[in-house]
Write a protein that binds this ligand. Structure first.
Ligand code: ADP
Length: 405
């Protein structure tokens, strides 16, 4: 019996390695990819855990390594690949798609990996020092272990390549901007997936002016007009925009000068402060987890939640300004998909725009359209799926070589 062709999706983050496998079934051509399994190694560099689930979200494995067993990233990736190999019964991996955080200015679509692309990605490390090196290492290791496996790089920045100069520019001397210090934007694979979903189900709205709020551990917003990115809240780095789980979001640059001059803080200390000790965690002093904060009576937790919603509502207005209007507002990712209370708080602050939620619909799990009949702006909850987006890109790009996806 011949096996199904399958695509491995890897997302090598700063402290995690997420993986998924999607099947391209023999009997169902087209874009109907099926999830086979997914999982992650989290807490790399500290309390490292492994977890894997099948397509029905049933747990297949969960354990942690003891501190003395600390493993290199390479050893962890080798472990994942072996584990996947042992758990694929009806499928064989024919391709791997990677989530690559940075594609710089030049890359605006997925690319098949070759030696030249690896060098290009390596060269972009200064723009994403916490993520890019891990992705490049994963690509190299995969090429080493499976020389026959075709690899595709899918970029978080690519969807934003359509943004106009006005959205991209910083008011800095030209020479600095010309060297690449400008807005790139991230979460592009999520925005692309959500935009496609909206286009398939509500084509008229998707061809209008849409603000998408990707609210997870990392959070950002995107202004999408006629299906194309016009503006986004993250910019040069994934620190800009709204407050996140542990990241500060936009900050007066004068704060950094103050911390350096008056507090004697160095590069690594500031990096740690902005990426790992700020945001919901910093303000609440309690947790980076929105669920924990919403369940807490602590006034600092409540303020952290209020600040999060306030800054997002302000950013929705900024995104609408970039498009000179707004027809639809979409919530996605962990918080956006699962917290009716956060959606309600944000929409309440946008009532001046004529945004009105239907409370019953907002509470209903799986409900897509949650605005009331009288709302000027349609409000949706659309689950994102960056991994599926990567698998589709990968198999589509490789279809001349490995067969139609
Ligand atoms: P990542 O950016 O790591 O992919 P996710 O998109 O999974 O993150 O989002 C994680 C966030 O979603 C966490 O802050 C978590 O608390 C929040 N979240 C998940 N479910 C709920 C819920 N039911 N209510 C509130 N927040 C939730």
């Amino acid at each position: 019996m011949s096996l199904n062709k399958a695509c491995l999706v890897l997302n090598a983050g700063s402290s995690s390695l997420k993986f998924s496998v999607f099947r391209q079934p023999k009997e169902a051509p087209g874009n109907q990819l099926q999830a086979v399994l997914n999982g992650q190694i989290s807490g790399i560099g500290g309390a490292t855990q492994f977890e894997a689930k099948d397509a029905d979200n049933q747990q297949l494995a969960k354990f942690h390594w003891e501190a003395h067993e600390e493993m290199s990233r390479e050893a962890l990736l080798r472990y994942v690949l072996r584990w996947i190999d042992n758990h694929l019964v009806d499928d064989e991996l024919v391709a791997a798609g990677h989530r690559v955080v940075h594609g710089g200015k030049a890359i605006s679509r997925p690319q098949q990996v070759d030696a030249q692309l690896i060098d290009t990605l390596d060269g972009l490390t200064p723009l994403a020092p916490l993520h890019q090196p891990h992705t490049v290492s994963a690509i190299r290791l995969l090429a080493d272990i499976y020389p026959e496996l075709k690899q595709v790089a899918c970029f978080d920045t690519a969807f934003h390549a359509t943004q106009p100069w006005l959205s991209r520019a910083f008011a800095l001397p030209r020479q600095i901007s010309d060297e690449g210090v400008c807005k790139y934007g991230f979460h592009g694979l999520s925005y692309e997936y959500v935009t496609k979903q909206l286009l398939a189900k509500h084509p008229r709205l998707a061809q209008g002016k849409v603000v998408i709020c990707h609210l997870g551990n990392g959070s950002s917003l995107c202004a999408v007009k006629d299906g194309q990115s016009i503006d986004t809240s993250m910019s040069f780095s994934a620190l800009d925009g709204v407050p996140m789980g542990t990241r500060s979001g936009a900050l007066d640059p004068g704060v950094l000068l103050y911390l350096m001059r008056e507090k004697g803080m160095g590069l690594e200390e500031i990096e740690d402060l902005l990426y790992r000790r700020s945001g919901l965690l910093g303000v609440s002093g309690l947790s980076n987890d929105m669920k924990v904060l919403q369940e807490s009576d602590d006034p600092n937790a409540r303020q952290a939640v209020e600040l999060f919603c306030f800054r997002i509502a302000k950013e929705v207005a900024a995104m609408a300004t970039s498009m000179n209007g707004i027809n639809a507002l979409v919530f996605t990712a962990g918080i956006g998909e699962n917290s009716p209370a956060i959606r309600a708080m944000i929409c309440e602050k946008l009532s001046w725009l004529g945004v009105q939620l239907n409370d019953t619909l907002n509470q209903r799990r799986g409900q897509e359209l949650i605005s009331g009949l009288g709302s000027n702006i349609a409000v949706f909850v659309i689950p994102t799926n960056e991994e599926l987006m990567i698998a589709r890109h990968t198999l589509n790009l490789l279809s001349p070589v490995i067969g139609q996806a």
